[in-house]
Write a protein that binds this ligand. Structure first.
Ligand code: UP5
Ligand code: MG
Length: 189
């Protein structure tokens, strides 16, 4: 990224907790640019890149793609974009991701954590109907397991540094956004 100074917020939470939905709201109200690691990986599959098949197989199994692939996509997106405020949605997902991103010297201003029960997240994912290859009950169960085993420890790591802002994400979308707004108020456009 060279000399470019950026503000980064990690947006984390289980599959279907509402990360993408709330990021769209934050973009609209607070002028951040939304970078969904999952969306970047899915775009990479579509583009026919040499990593595409590997990425697709990982996503189908709910597994976490090696950080070098994801970080390259995130860095490219941040370089291309004029903005200096980014929401990084769905990354870092494990300790390997986190440690590798720290090597970029960018540390998050804070971590927004959407907390939601698996029962509610499962209901949302099964109702989404966007044709995602990972929105079937077998893959959803695997995604939940990976989230608990690999991603929650990342949230605990940042919590120990007092960087986590935890949101009750089980409420209706507008109510969740009210809580999100209060957190982003210092970053108003
Ligand atoms: N919805 C949202 N909020 C609601 C609310 N408050 N009440 C009722 N309904 C609500 O929302 C999901 C659905 O719920 C939507 O229909 C929405 O309308 C509704 P969404 O905002 O899409 O939730 P989100 O948390 O973004 O769910 P998503 O499925 O995208 O989360 P995942 O973390 O599972 O998916 P992601 O795209 O980040 O990753 C997919 C896969 O890519 C991973 O499993 C992994 O294999 C791979 N990956 C990596 O390997 N590395 C990475 O760094 C990132 C991804
Ligand atoms: Mg998403």
């Amino acid at each position: 990224l060279g000399d470019k100074k950026v503000t980064v917020v990690f947006v984390l939470g289980g599959p279907g907790s509402g990360k993408g939905t709330q990021c769209s709201n934050i973009v609209e109200h607070f002028g951040f640019t939304h970078l969904s690691a999952g969306d970047l990986l899915r775009a990479e599959i579509k583009s026919g890149s040499e990593n595409g098949t590997m990425i697709e197989n990982m996503i189908k199994e709910g597994k976490i793609v090696p950080s070098e692939v994801t970080i390259k996509l995130l860095q490219q997106a941040m370089i291309k974009n004029e903005n200096d405020k980014f929401l990084i949605d769905g990354f870092p997902r494990n300790e390997e991701n986190r440690a590798a991103f720290e090597n970029t010297k960018i540390s998050p201003a804070f971590v927004l954590f959407f907390n939601c029960s698996e029962e509610e997240m499962e209901r949302r994912l099964l109702g989404r109907n966007e044709g995602r290859v990972d929105d079937n009950i077998e893959t959803i169960r695997k995604r939940f397991k990976v989230f608990v085993e690999s991603s929650l420890p990342v949230i605990e790591y940042y919590d120990a540094k007092d960087k986590v802002k935890k949101i009750d994400a089980a409420k209706p979308i507008p109510e969740v956004f009210e809580d999100v707004k209060a957190i982003f108020a210092p970053y108003a456009k």
